[in-house]
Ligand binder design. Structure first.
Ligand SMILES: [Zn+2]
Length: 247
């Protein structure tokens, strides 16, 4: 798929390959996906730090030789992006992950029993090694559901509105949502965040039960529930990529 030899065979009208490979100055080979766009006016290189994925958007009609020349000229930018991304931490023994912002080291013990349990600073998982990651994820989702459910019901009681239902998912660009039917949806990754941040997101979605917008009345409602929340919002912005790269 990423063959440089295609270069000579290509003509301006031919279909571009779906990727190019460049090598950074420190010798790292990086694949860049190529996407032809009818709307693009110029070549644009993008980086998705959640998936470690580079994409080059190319206006229709640009020659492959120009695409590769552009990509190669960006090697410094590519290397900087790779170096600035927070570490990707898998749910594996020896790794340390935050639970409600408190670091917990993952330990695996052989045998059966409670699949996952917490001790101070430790997350202990049993069972077969190939099930460790899924078991930890299930455990964290359940904890997130409990914490977010408690917080949401607490705030909903304060404003006198019922919560019709709570669901969890794993969106890339938002922490929660509120449907017009009154069901709340949250990212399970909030279990990594400090309790104050988790509670802010719960209050934010509950406030949408009375104000389905982000106007001044809405923000006044959030402030009434949780007080000042600039620090919590800033924390989420600052840590979004780090939280997406866990697990
Ligand atoms: Zn909102």
């Amino acid at each position: 798929m990423f063959q440089r030899s295609l270069l000579r065979a290509i003509t301006p009208s031919a279909k571009l390959p779906d990727g190019v490979e460049i090598v950074t100055r420190s010798g790292v080979r990086v694949e860049i996906a190529v996407r032809v766009s009818d709307r693009a006016k110029r070549l644009l290189l993008k980086f998705n730090p959640i998936e470690d994925r580079f994409e080059l958007v190319v206006p229709r009609g640009v020659r492959f030789s120009d695409v590769t020349r552009f990509a190669e000229a960006q090697q410094g930018w590519v290397a900087a992006r790779l170096g600035s991304a927070p570490p990707r931490i898998l749910f594996q023994p020896g790794e340390t992950i935050p639970i409600l912002d408190v670091p917990h080291r993952i330990e695996h013990v052989a045998g059966s029993g409670v699949p996952v349990r917490l001790e101070p600073g430790l997350l202990i998982v049993t069972g077969k090694p190939e099930h460790i990651s899924r078991r930890i994820r299930d455990f964290l989702r359940a904890r997130a559901r409990a914490e977010l459910g408690d917080a949401a019901r607490h705030y909903a009681a304060e404003i006198g509105k019922p919560v019709k239902g709570i669901s969890l998912n794993d969106p890339k660009s938002r922490w929660g949502s509120c449907s017009s039917r009154g069901t709340l949806c949250f990212s399970w990754r909030l279990i990594f965040a400090p309790p104050k941040v988790l509670r802010y997101v719960a209050a934010h979605e509950v406030a949408h039960l009375v104000e389905m917008n982000h106007g001044p009345k809405f923000w006044a409602e959030v402030a009434r529930l949780v007080g000042p929340h600039q620090a919590e919002r800033a924390w989420l912005t600052r840590n979004a990529t780090r939280l997406q790269r866990l697990g």
